[in-house]
Design a protein. Structure first.
Length: 243
């Protein structure tokens, strides 16, 4: 395969990865607490693709690694006492089916056993490591430091976890993250009751980038087709001269 076709194919592969990422971002514009993914491009040195004259390895574009934008989304009021949002850095800590998970989606509900849980049923964790048990009646009050009170009684304080390196966080579904390193208490975060954090995906920006990447993909596809046609014509010309 010639250098032009290999380079075009490498570019198309990188653009396909970008398209998948952008499509996933757009699909989660309404997902509470969702953090947008972005791509980091690099060059891959291909020993198989070499120049015709000096046989130097060709460099092909590749998405080296995706990275997550952890900037805070807009906090919108809902009026529900069970809806919580974090202002500042930090994550709600919940007990997932296979260990600790962390999320910015504060849409909680009361489970049949009166625990405060996520939409998926994962218990919200307190700083003591337990879960919050909500009483059958009485207004729920959550202070900015995460302390939960009901009927004049303190039920516990919500654990707000933070990480010195957010690069250690790995997405688990749309709204959750898993980490291989230990968390630390969030020092400056505040809990706001009756609010939810929206996705930080810029829908208009993502749509524009999606169109741009699709156009780049089409141009690379045309380049690959052109390279294939040139190779075929070269073979036919050699065969004609030889005959």
């Amino acid at each position: 395969m010639d250098t032009l076709t290999i380079s075009a194919a490498g570019g198309m592969q990188a653009r396909m990865q970008s398209l998948d990422m952008l499509a996933n971002n757009l699909a989660n514009t309404e997902t509470g607490g969702y953090k947008t993914d972005r791509e980091f491009y690099n060059l891959y040195v291909s020993a198989e693709a070499t120049g015709a004259e000096d046989a130097t390895p060709a460099t092909l574009p590749v998405v080296d690694r995706p990275w997550t934008d952890f900037s805070q989304g807009t906090l919108r009021s809902t009026g529900s006492a069970l809806d919580l949002a974090i202002s500042g850095k930090g994550f709600f800590a919940v007990d997932g089916p296979s260990g600790s998970l962390f999320t910015r989606n504060g849409s909680f509900r009361v489970s049949p056993d009166r625990s405060l849980v996520t939409t998926e049923g994962y218990p919200l964790r307190t700083v003591s490591g337990g879960s919050l048990k909500i009483q059958a009646s009485g207004a729920l009050e959550v202070s900015p430091d995460g302390t939960v009170r009901q009927n004049g009684q303190t039920l516990g304080r919500i654990e707000i976890a933070d990480f010195s390196d957010t690069g250690a966080l790995v997405k688990q579904g749309a709204s959750y993250f898993r980490s291989a390193v230990d968390s630390q208490p969030a020092s400056a975060a505040q809990v706001e009751q009756g609010k939810l954090e929206s996705s930080n995906v810029g829908a208009a920006e993502s749509a524009v980038r999606l169109v741009s990447v699709m156009r780049q993909f089409e141009m690379l596809q045309k380049a690959a087709t052109l390279g294939s046609q040139m190779n075929r014509e070269a073979v036919e010309e050699v065969a004609r001269v030889a005959s």
